[in-house]
Design a protein around this ligand. Sequence first.
Ligand code: OGA
Ligand code: MN
Length: 308
Amino acid sequence: MTVTTQLSRALHYLPGQSPSTAQPPEAVDIVPTGGALGAVVHGLDGRRPLSAELVLRLKAALHQHLILIFKQQTLNEEQQLAFASYFGSVFRPPEDVPVLASAQASGLPPDVVSVSNLPGGHTGHGELTPHADHQWTPLPSSGSLLYALELPRQGGDTSWYNLVQAYEDLDDDTGHEIDRLQLITYNPFLRPFDGSPRPLYRTPDREPLGAAFPHPLVRTHPDSGRKALYLSSHVEVEIPGYEPAAGAALIARLRAHLAEPRYRYTHHWQVGDLVYWDNQVTLHSRTAFDPNDRRVLNRVSLAGSRPF
Ligand code: OGA
Ligand code: MN
């Protein structure tokens, strides 16, 4: 099924898509995790239409908490797409910029990406290091919504990192040093996934990995205006125009700072959880799990804007 057909089906042919069946906002509770970021949303059924009041409440909560965890959902792909579409249109990279699940023929990922260790799925069973989805593209996605269908007995936990707090906690000198720097995050999908060591900082002796899209190292959230340290932890990067050894040392220092446990919330998934995170101000990582177990989630990512 083509992407457009899937989304239009989601938005036009679902039963009960009328204002009279809208979700009552007063049934919905948004409770902070108490950790470094995140809030848990109870009492919301993602299959039902949302009132304006509720959509705006969720957007405000996302700006405040950076990730929202919707409990006890029952969503097929169309329903997940329809719910995600309240918050934006689906992310589509340029055809020549590969991302997770990009198809050989079209160069594009499907609207709903299967994040699963089953044949045809993506990301396997190994650890995923802290990253922001699509940071290496010209217009990185604003957010992603990941929905859990099947889970392993152990492991496969996902952690999110609060990049706003990490930025605010930097000492003044470091803050001034990085405020106007740009950062190139090289596309990891241009490098073979063959287990060979991955360079963390590009030095002049190495060819750049394909097209480079510099973005501010300190990113301002396009809606909330909050500033964040926009840096993934293990992807090859470069600060253009910076002396390479000094750049590598600065990045290593910032990455050590981001890795402090106080910026992290770890989620132990339950089937039916739908997590909506803001890719512009958070990172996420995943622990490995037993390859003999099944872990099946569906992801929808939303289009974003040019970082500033
Ligand atoms: C993703 C991702 C983490 C996980 O889907 O973008 O990084 O826990 N997934 O599977
Ligand atoms: Mn990811």
